[in-house]
Design a protein around this ligand. Structure first.
Ligand SMILES: *Cc1c(COP(=O)(O)O)cnc(C)c1O
Length: 376
């Protein structure tokens, strides 16, 4: 069994996928081919924002927004303590200071009340200038944007949605990657919408930001010429081949994958029954299920479960074993164990089960029964 079955997906999409990839190789328009602009338009339309600017990966997408907002040394940017490293890394990369915020134990996402308290504290201390918030749609579920947006508005901070895992999610009728002042996603192969290598995108309704992003992803070019450089940028483009792959995948995502992965989640929860802490999706929220994650009683129980499942050929993963504030790279920020108890507990007790749109009901039942038997 695969944790995320990309081979099965390719077998299903093979005719369209091979044709799309062959078209690129036949035309040899490997960089900035027409597939890239086509994809950007389709993504913007699907998400419901004015601009989509694709780039080399999800980390560059976050970095490009930090650059567009001129986030710099002396600035505080608030980010959850429980996330993938890149969400916080991009803040430090600009010389700014990541300020960590604990998460809600049932949704795994940033706690808006604790965000408010963290901003108040930074203001009281008066050393850093509160500038922005990066909220993360962890495991496919949008963060609580109605609450987080209100806190940002109250304090006059910019809001960036890190939708690397959230593409396809919704709050009411609003799709993930449409929240805040800008949003980003990643097309890393294992994400809800993945390509066949690295890729990413920024979404925004702001014309000026979009123009800036289109410039810095190609060495700070001017709107008219690649050889007229009006600012310092870098090189971060989405390859034509990846754009072609993503057009085929986006069709499948819209037609059935998002529905199928939601059905898979429903079946897991049903088969696992009431004896486990299964994922919680609040009323009005819709997840794209980047992960299906259980909370166990202890690290020992988790270790035993992973070992038992492995013996039966069932892969599991721990996302994430270490919270941001205890990462060696952030040691100089002076955080300590106990600072973010919810994130720390989750790191010790969560485990993710195989999850993807091509999981059969039989496989789900097999995994659920193996989990139940292992924890008896
Ligand atoms: C994967 C991921 C990123 C980074 O995306 P890459 O394409 O791998 O650079 C950023 N934030 C989160 C939450 C992620 O899961």
């Amino acid at each position: 069994m695969e944790f995320r079955d990309l081979k099965k997906q390719y077998q299903v999409l093979k005719p369209q996928m091979d044709a799309a990839m062959m078209e690129v190789t036949n035309n040899c328009n490997f960089i900035s081919g027409k597939q890239v602009a086509e994809l950007e338009q389709k993504l913007a339309e699907y998400v419901g924002v004015k601009h989509c600017v694709t780039c080399g990966n999800g980390t560059d997408a976050l970095t490009m927004v930090m650059m567009a907002w001129n986030v710099k040394e002396g600035d505080a940017v608030f980010v959850p303590a429980f996330t993938f490293f890149a969400s916080a890394e991009v803040i430090a990369f600009e010389g700014a200071t990541p300020v960590f915020v604990d998460v809600d134990e049932s949704t795994f996402n940033m706690d808006a009340e604790k965000l408010d308290q963290a901003i108040e504290q930074v203001k009281r201390e008066g050393k850093l200038n509160p500038r922005a918030v990066i909220a993360v749609d962890l495991f496919g579920q949008p963060a609580n944007y109605p609450e987080i947006e209100a806190v940002c508005k109250k304090h006059g901070l910019l809001l960036l949605e890190d939708g690397a895992q959230g593409f396809g999610g919704r709050i009411g009728e609003h799709r993930a990657c449409s929240f805040g002042d800008a949003a980003t996603t990643s097309f890393f192969p294992a994400k809800p919408l993945g390509c066949y290598g690295d890729g990413g995108a920024v979404f925004t309704n702001d014309d000026e930001t979009a123009e800036y992003l289109r410039s810095i992803r190609v060495h700070g070019k001017s709107p008219v010429s690649k050889y007229d450089n009006i600012r310092i940028g870098f090189n971060s483009r989405l390859d034509t081949l990846q754009a072609a792959v993503l057009q085929v995948k986006l069709d499948a995502f819209k037609e059935h994958e998002l529905t199928d992965v939601n059905n898979a989640a429903k079946l897991y929860t049903q088969y696992l029954g009431n004896d486990f802490r299964t994922p919680v999706v609040p009323e009005g929220f819709y997840s794209s299920w980047a992960q299906y994650t259980l909370i166990l009683d202890s690290p020992e129980q988790r270790e035993q479960l992973q070992k038992t499942l492995k013996e039966q050929g069932i892969p599991t993963m721990v996302y994430y074993p270490k919270p941001m504030h205890l990462q060696g790279a952030f040691a100089d920020l002076g955080y300590r164990e106990g600072d973010f108890p919810v994130s720390e507990e989750l790191c010790k007790r969560v485990v993710s089960l195989p999850m993807h749109p091509y999981l059969s009901e039989e496989d789900i039942r097999f995994v659920a029964n193996a989990v139940k038997a292992a924890l008896k």
